[in-house]
Design a protein around this ligand. Structure first.
Ligand code: ARG
Length: 461
């Protein structure tokens, strides 16, 4: 018999050393220990109620598992690569601690339904942590939006000045992106929240077990409906990785705007000394490294999604060892997202916008050209004709080296006789943003009410 292996019965020879290293996962899946122990406790308790284990066997198992949990927490647990993974490390230690009864824990289950259960518990927990973090970042953004509800900045399309917007409105755009992430995580959680235990290796178990009891004990809402699917399904992990990737893409887009806005040519925002670093050669530099790293870390999170998709693509039913590779991408994706939240939230909270710089920038680039066109439409011109008139006015302004809003009235009237001196109300930045006063619009009044709605929504979580 292969020595030391819990599955060694049918083997004549020991595992090759390289194979032992190659197949071991305990160095990373030990992170699942608390979920593994919770799952085993629920399983043992259920087996006793169903008469598969005696009460005293189950009690001994549960007590032993609690002791192991303490050993792990205190860093006293002896992990062994020879025991492959978290499951067998814990089971072997249990038998060491309590003797014969420990060997009975694995009745009516397999590592296949066990690891699927652990991962589902892990993902549900991870989502709860992430959603709390996302809410925290949203709250920070909502407060910034309130502070800068009527600060005008250029809104861009193609990174060219398009129309003036309020800075508060821009902050609330980020809040909306994160709102979808928060929801997406919740959607993903409903599909992760399913108990696989009881599926055993792939076909179910011949013991008369009570799966509902195990589910209730572990807090699962539903039971898996097909044992083959339950041990092999990793959709919930792919979905989680996908939700993480979209979240990371959102972080990256925010970070990119911070980098742009903090740059010398923009000068819109001061990111704060605590969130920037200096250059080892250029003494004048204050670099937005934190935002850049957030942007950069998106690469690995997106990579994890691709890794998981490829991991699953060729797998026949049911469980295959390939699935051991699902863990590191999930762990790293979660850690990366949480780390980004940890720096983004305080960084956002102390962003200081330069309202003068932003206004000056919005004044360049003929940002109120669309307002002039809308004005002409209200005077009776079809929009296409109005567009032409404004286009010619912009050319005139460019030739004169001024902004559209700075052209004298007579110059504008040369392009259209309907233009009156009230045109300057619409060409002014404040008039432009105030006019966009509808749900979802950039008017300061709308930003203020959106801030209040967002505050209420976030407070209810
Ligand atoms: N360490 C394995 C994993 O992560 C546990 C399941 C092993 N099952 C098996 N039949 N070899 O997937």
């Amino acid at each position: 018999m292969s020595k030391g292996k819990l599955w060694g019965g049918r083997f004549h020879y020991d595992t090759d050393n390289a194979v032992e290293r190659f197949t071991a996962s305990e160095h990373f899946d030990r992170r699942l220990a608390r979920y593994d122990i919770a799952g085993s406790i629920a399983h043992a308790r259920m087996l006793a109620v169903c008469g598969v284990l005696t009460r005293s066997e189950s009690d001994a198992i549960i007590e032993g598992l609690h002791a192991i949990a303490v050993e792990i927490e205190e860093g006293r647990f002896q992990w062994s690569a020879g025991l492959e993974d978290v499951h067998m490390n814990i089971e072997a230690r249990l038998t060491e601690l309590i003797g014969e009864a420990g060997k009975k824990l694995h009745t009516a289950r397999s590592r296949n339904d066990q690891v699927a259960t652990d991962m589902r518990l892990f993902v549900c927990d991870a989502i709860d942590r992430l959603r709390a973090g996302i809410t925290g970042l949203q709250s920070a953004l909502v407060e910034v939006a309130d502070t800068y509800a009527d600060a005008i900045m250029p809104g861009f399309t193609h990174l060219q000045t398009a129309q003036p917007v309020t800075c508060g409105h821009h902050m609330l755009a980020w809040v909306e992106m994160l709102e979808r992430d928060w929801q997406r995580m919740g959607d993903c959680r409903t599909r992760a929240d399913v108990l696989p235990l009881g599926s055993a290796a792939l076909a179910g178990t011949s013991f008369d077990i009570d799966r509902q009891m195990t589910a209730d004990e572990l807090g699962f809402t539903a039971l898996s409906r097909n044992s083959l699917d339950a041990v092999s399904d990793r959709d919930f992990i792919i979905e989680f990785a996908s939700a993480l990737a979209i979240l990371a893409v959102h972080f990256s887009r925010m970070a990119e705007e911070m980098v742009l806005w903090a740059s010398e040519p923009f000068g819109f925002v001061d990111l704060g000394d605590a969130f920037c670093t200096g250059s080892s050669i250029m003494p004048q530099k204050k670099n937005p490294d934190v935002a850049e790293l957030v942007r950069g870390k998106t690469g690995r999170v997106v990579g994890h999604l691709v890794a998981l998709l490829v991991l699953m693509k060729g797998q026949p039913l049911a469980y295959n060892r390939d699935n051991q590779e699902d863990k590191e991408p999930v762990f790293d994706g979660l850690d990366t997202a949480l780390a980004c939240l940890d720096v983004l939230t305080p960084m956002v909270r102390q962003m200081e916008f330069d309202e003068d710089k932003m206004r000056q920038a919005a004044q360049r680039g003929h940002a109120t050209a669309t307002d002039l066109a809308d004005y002409l439409v209200r005077k009776g011109l079809p929009f296409r004709d109005a567009h032409q008139v404004v286009g010619r006015s912009v050319t005139a302004a460019e030739t004169a080296g001024v902004d559209l809003a700075e052209l004298p009235l007579q110059a504008l009237q040369e392009f259209c006789e309907h233009i009156d001196k009230d045109v300057f109300d619409v060409l002014a930045l404040d008039g432009s943003v105030a006019a966009r006063d509808h749900p979802g619009g950039t008017a300061p009044a709308r930003v203020r009410s959106a801030v209040n709605e967002a505050r209420e929504r976030l407070a209810q979580r």
